[in-house]
Design a binder for this molecule. Structure first.
Ligand SMILES: [Zn+2]
Length: 89
């Protein structure tokens, strides 16, 4: 996890875990391989390093990704493509 700093607006600014440069808020697609199953999650909110393009997720995002990828693993055999905002039954 990166270093969390609160700025004046209350948003959390992250620092890159690789090079320490500043990051900006963005959207990415997360690809996870879980027991031979490829799970792609689209539109994942992230912090992206301005220098090296390292992607950093907040703890909440990591937790949510875990929940939806684990749920997807139970219903698919090979490849699952999900949206980050998809609801878990
Ligand atoms: Zn970086």
């Amino acid at each position: 996890m990166g270093i969390k700093l609160k700025n004046q607006k209350g948003a959390i600014a992250m620092k890159c875990i690789s090079c320490g440069a500043g990051t900006s808020i963005g959207i990415t697609n997360d690809v996870t391989e879980l027991e031979g199953c490829l799970i792609i999650v689209r539109n994942v909110p992230c912090h992206k390093c301005s220098e090296c393009d390292e992607i950093i997720y907040t703890a909440d995002v990591v937790k949510h990704l875990e929940v939806i990828t684990t749920a997807a693993k139970m219903t698919v055999n090979e490849i699952a493509i999900l949206d980050y905002s998809s609801k878990v039954a």
